[in-house]
Design a protein around this ligand. Sequence first.
Ligand SMILES: [Zn+2]
Length: 441
Amino acid sequence: MKHESILYRRFGVVALVFIGATGLALNAQRTMANSMNDIAERYVKLVLALGERDPGYVDAYYGPPEWKKEAEQKKSELRAIDAEAAKLIAELGAAPAGPPADDLSRLRREYLRRQLESLRTRVAMVSGKKLTFDEESRALYDAVAPSHPESYFQASLTDLEKALPGTGALIDRYDAFRKAFIIPPAKLGQVFDAAIAECRRRTREHVQLPASESFKVEYVTNKSWSGYNWYQGNYHSLIQVNTDLPIYIDRAVDLACHEGYPGHHVYNALLEKNLTRDRGWLEMSVYPLFSPQSLIAEGTANYGIDVAFPGQERVAFERRALFPLAGLNSERAELYYRIQSLVDRLSYAGNEAARRYLNGEIDRSAAAAWLTRFAMMSPPRAAQRVKFMDDYRSYVINYNLGKDLVKQFIEARGGIESQPQKRWAEFIALLGSPRLPSGLE
Ligand SMILES: [Zn+2]
């Protein structure tokens, strides 16, 4: 049903414009909308075509099902996909600009162009082209993570040394400390449900979500990621939580916000509502994972945790609700988050390990050892992370750099912590717009 209604609305707009098109401006608008919608449709089909050659490329699709079938049957050659993408980029440049466009329409054109360029890079990579870590992240995600020397991380490690007294290796002391904050597996469901309910409640105070939005949580094993949101369209998500490794208490709110509210689930639902349905922009009905869109998605999902829980509100909530539910000692909640905030300062260490590993400067065991030493990841967690680097490569920058770019963008617009209403408003506006990473700087 939803697909028909999207198409109906889209053609409805065109028909209305046609009926009233007595003046030049309306004619120009119609021509522009037609050519942009035509390009958008061909873009969706191209993303689906590449998905047939690159499993994992299409993260979500809820457009017309027959387009997906068509892509499966056609199974286009990579060379043909690249040629069509090049053609579309040229057509975008030549498409009539029309009367002064609104902000979103301007962003739309830029967004499509950059998404297509990124698609061409992915085609080249699947065809065997080798890029350095930074070349790849710039081409695929429209951003490059800063490089940091070991001394940059050493300062945070020294603070951690002081905060975690003892004699053994720092990672062992950190692991021993954290043992008391593992959610017992039998209580996972309850703790996650409570975290999700709170994130949802906080989000709904600031954003009107489609009434039918919902999602389902599944617990899975044997994955290189720790959580995943599979957006299904129609305002529904499937969220998977990986239980391969022990799950610490901070993951409950992290995942509930990141995958759910106000993270990926809300992001996808708002794009579907505001752009795909209300504006008839079908390009948003497909989400290519290895594309600039992912930096915005991961960056907002991570920054959304701070937006939903300003200042000390997170610790207060966890102390009151989650620690007791998990059977953990509430009195140690502050201490736990004080240590976590020191570890969070190491977030760029993961990028550094990935850069060296994917550039071929170090092997996988050295990459894992680097993660253990500089990113405070236990050996099993570090091994999982290297597997993630094999699968997703420079995608790793989207989490930490994405968060920092989103934070900077929102704060520059007045969305600072002491102005929570303004911060939410800017955050929600960003979630519902086709902005590019390079447009955040
Ligand atoms: Zn994510």
